[in-house]
Design a protein around this ligand. Structure first.
Ligand code: PLP
Length: 367
């Protein structure tokens, strides 16, 4: 089937490879995994994902609602700060409500005291390649810093959430962190029912030491008598989607530049935020070098520099890989650019276009 570019293509078979690993970890270690919707909210593949995962975790009422309506199972609610109107609705749909601060817990405690509540703790350690995504950065607002503040409120909560990793593919580093958290919070955890280690653990990555990971999880939950939750975002969907694009123009300014019918700023914003290149499967040994650039007016709308086998020409297709995480949830209407359609290659091999966007979506987005 020929689909008009640009479009995101999610491949359920690829998705399944991650999901099977998640289920395996669950079966061998007992740790439950809830999908972090902030990373991936394309609910048309949730029917498949929900067979392998235990539910969703959210950053707002809308995400929690989406998880409740389209994924089912456990609905974990977390927010850096809840406004009053969100709490009322969250109370109806969530299985756990996690507060970011003691003041938020106390503000809403009387309304939600019958729910399974938790606090986010900030252990002041982290693994992250970027300060922007480092929850332990200076003056971080993410989670309760002072252990005594948690202790004083221990009777109100059933669990703690720690999110302190970002693309951590080093199981040895994780072991150190688990030991640190165990030593620092062990006595508190023994009084609780569950602990969440958040997201950012890259355990579905090829070559990750799953055996070690499973034994770390098992030992931790055994030692402190807690149900462990993981909140994989990127790990759930890594390598499962592509952005298909077409070359619209080829120009030269010092280097050859191919302009494609997509944009970093509108369709893959994190490339700009974290100053990283898009993944395009080319070989450094190839002869023809091009800057692949987006079609927005932003001067730095650049996907990266790549070497191709043949000279690029107008109409050529360029496929960007590993685009499921933090892309579709962040796409926007900058420059009024056509928003990529979303297509899914189902397990049976058939491709469905699940969503097309047009001018009316652009117009309706503002008024
Ligand atoms: C609290 C929390 N849980 C889970 C995640 C998902 O992280 P990742 O997509 O790196 O697995 C994040 C990401 O920022 C987060 O803040």
């Amino acid at each position: 089937m020929k689909i008009q570019t640009p479009y995101y293509l999610i491949d359920e078979k690829k998705l399944l490879e991650n999901l099977k690993k998640i289920k395996y970890v669950r079966e061998k270690s007992g740790a439950k995994s809830v999908l972090a919707l902030k990373c991936f909210s394309t609910w048309s593949v949730f029917k498949l994902m929900s067979k392998y995962m235990d539910g969703t975790t959210s950053s707002s009422l809308y995400e929690a609602k989406l998880g409740y309506e389209t994924f089912g199972k456990e609905v974990h609610a977390y927010s850096v700060a809840y406004p009053e109107n969100e709490i009322k609705e969250l109370k109806k749909i969530s299985t756990k409500i996690i507060f970011n601060s003691v003041s938020q817990l106390n503000k809403y405690y009387k309304d939600v005291k019958n729910k399974n509540l938790g606090l986010r703790a900030n252990p002041q350690i982290s693994y992250s390649h970027f300060d922007l995504a480092n929850p332990a950065r200076k003056n971080s607002r993410l989670g309760v810093i002072n252990k005594n503040d948690i202790l004083k409120n221990i009777n109100k909560i059933k669990g703690l959430m720690f999110h302190f990793n970002c693309e951590n593919d080093d199981a040895k580093n994780l072991e150190k962190s688990f030991n640190y958290i165990g030593a620092k919070y062990g006595e508190i955890l023994k009084k609780l029912e569950w602990v969440s280690f958040g997201g950012g653990i890259y355990f579905t990555k090829k070559g990750y030491d799953l055996k070690k990971f499973i034994s770390l999880l098992k030992n931790f939950s055994g030692r402190y008598g807690v149900q462990i939750y993981l909140e994989p975002g990127e790990s759930s969907i890594t390598n499962s989607a592509q952005l298909h694009t077409t070359v619209l123009d080829v120009i030269k300014n010092g280097k050859n530049i191919a302009i494609i019918d997509a944009s970093t700023e509108a369709h893959m914003l994190d490339l700009l935020i974290y100053n990283t290149p898009a993944k395009i499967n080319t070989d450094k040994k190839n002869k023809y070098e091009y800057i692949v650039a987006g079609r927005s007016c932003l001067a730095g709308d650049v996907f990266g520099t790549y070497k191709f086998k043949k000279p690029l020409k107008i109409g050529d297709n360029i496929v960007i890989s590993d685009v499921a995480g933090y892309t579709m949830v962040k796409k926007n209407w900058f420059n009024g650019l056509p928003m990529p359609a979303i297509a899914v290659k189902r397990l049976n091999g058939k491709t469905e276009i699940i969503r097309r966007f047009d001018y009316t979506d652009f117009k309706k987005n503002l008024s």
